[in-house]
Design a protein around this ligand. Structure first.
Ligand code: CAA
Length: 377
């Protein structure tokens, strides 16, 4: 971490302590998302970290962004996820949008005034994303969308949605990507999911019934929607990895603090070697994950994303988050299982990190495909 990153994260840490931490136990219980927290993060300058200043972004690197997400996730995994999905939408617009689309949609997203969401999954096509059924039929002046998207992070609170729909034949080549806005005729929100974790981040169905999308809202060209989605996910997966690191780090911090003060058998439980081995493994795995996330972030900063590294970072950091948060509950024992301490919340929030933006089994599929290609050459 360089001097700039140290300053950035320590002042952001203070912001999160003052503005996020005080609400989290209550809001997790109530399932309450607060737009003012998101807008506060925007005013702070972290809702468009890697976007160029020309579009209202901070113009920083993906490595800086990884530290930003790690820091927010130490206080709230769901708010870090809201920032990361909205940032993925921004990177899609930046990399695949035309000049007009960038100018029109990016400033409200980078400033945190609006939230962005990404709509790929459907009830029968999660991992097999190319098998989607939502259609976009060519009509005069644009496309008519019909179908339902599922498990959409920030569904209902986002304004701008990147929606993948089928314009052509079967498989990935028949998919196109569109910009759809909340309020567009024929676009409505379905069921809000009741979840184990991520309670302050709404997850919702999106329903398209004869929703007209003008031609100018097509991204790239017809048939390139799957590439748009996968390109976005390379960046999104590194971000989810960074959130996993923050989640694990908070659980580790809580475990060390607690074990240094909790006395059993006339000594701090930290002084039992069994606990020391556990805490050392938790710290080592968290640091290893951080290094992998930064290695993948470096590939994004170089301008040629390394999909294999992006998947590896997501896999390692989110499996670590699950393991470390589960161990943290064990270290804290009885109180760890109660909402008196935050570790049970972080354990619930960690679970879905292994599922979103491609399950960790799908990350292994991506890694194996790259390995095969490399060794076949
Ligand atoms: N970047 C750009 N293009 C890519 C790419 C990448 N990283 N990976 C693949 N592509 C392209 C391929 O080159 C190919 O295009 P061409 O034919 O033009 O070369 C096209 O995409 C199809 O690729 P595949 O043949 O590999 O496609 P597949 O059907 O075998 O699927 C898969 C591959 C890896 C399994 C993919 O379906 C996948 O990643 N599935 C998981 C889906 C997922 O991650 N969903 C997350 C939902 S979003 C979410 O969770 C966000 C949230 O709300 C928090």
């Amino acid at each position: 971490m360089n001097e700039f990153q140290r300053e950035l994260t320590s002042s952001l840490e203070k912001f999160c302590q003052d503005n996020i931490e005080p609400h989290m136990e209550h809001d997790d219980h109530e399932g309450k998302f607060r737009m003012e927290i998101f807008r506060g993060l925007g005013e702070y300058g972290v809702t468009g970290v890697t976007l160029p200043e020309e579009f209202g972004g901070a113009g920083l690197s993906y490595q800086d962004y990884a530290y930003v997400l790690e820091t927010i996730a130490k206080y709230s995994v769901p708010y870090a996820v809201t920032v990361s999905v909205s940032s993925m939408v921004q990177s899609i617009l930046l990399n695949f949008g035309n000049a007009e689309q960038k100018k029109k949609y990016l400033p409200a997203l980078t400033s945190g005034e609006e939230i962005g969401a990404f709509a790929l999954s459907e009830s029968h096509s999660g991992s097999d994303a190319a098998n989607m059924k939502t259609t976009a039929k060519k009509v005069d002046g644009g496309y008519m969308l019909n179908g339902t998207k599922m498990w959409i992070t920030s569904g209902g609170i986002a304004k701008t949605y990147i929606v993948m729909a089928r314009t052509g034949g079967e498989g990935a080549k028949g998919v196109s990507a569109f910009i759809v806005r909340d309020g567009d005729k024929g676009f409505s929100f379905g069921k809000a999911e009741k979840k184990m974790g991520w309670k302050t981040s709404p997850t919702r169905e999106l329903v398209f019934e004869n929703c007209f999308v003008p031609q100018e809202n097509l991204l790239l060209e017809e048939g390139k929607g799957f590439n748009v989605a996968m390109g976005g996910l390379d960046r999104g997966r590194v971000a989810i990895g960074a959130i996993g690191v923050g989640c694990a780090q908070r659980a580790l911090d809580e475990s060390i603090k607690y074990s240094l003060t909790r006395q059993q058998f006339k000594q701090a439980i930290f002084d039992f070697q069994g606990l020391q081995f556990m805490l050392s493994d938790m710290a080592t795995e968290t640091e290893a994950s951080r290094l992998m996330v930064h290695s993948a972030a470096l590939s994004l900063d170089s301008g040629t994303p390394n999909s294999k590294l992006c998947s590896m970072a997501k896999l390692k950091a989110t499996d670590t988050a699950m393991k470390v948060t589960t161990d943290a509950v064990q270290v804290l024992g009885g109180v760890g299982y109660t909402s008196e301490y935050p570790v049970e919340r972080f354990m619930r929030d960690a679970k879905v990190l292994q599922i979103v933006e491609g399950t960790n089994q799908i990350q292994r599929v991506v890694i194996a495909r790259h390995l095969k290609k490399e060794y076949e050459q």
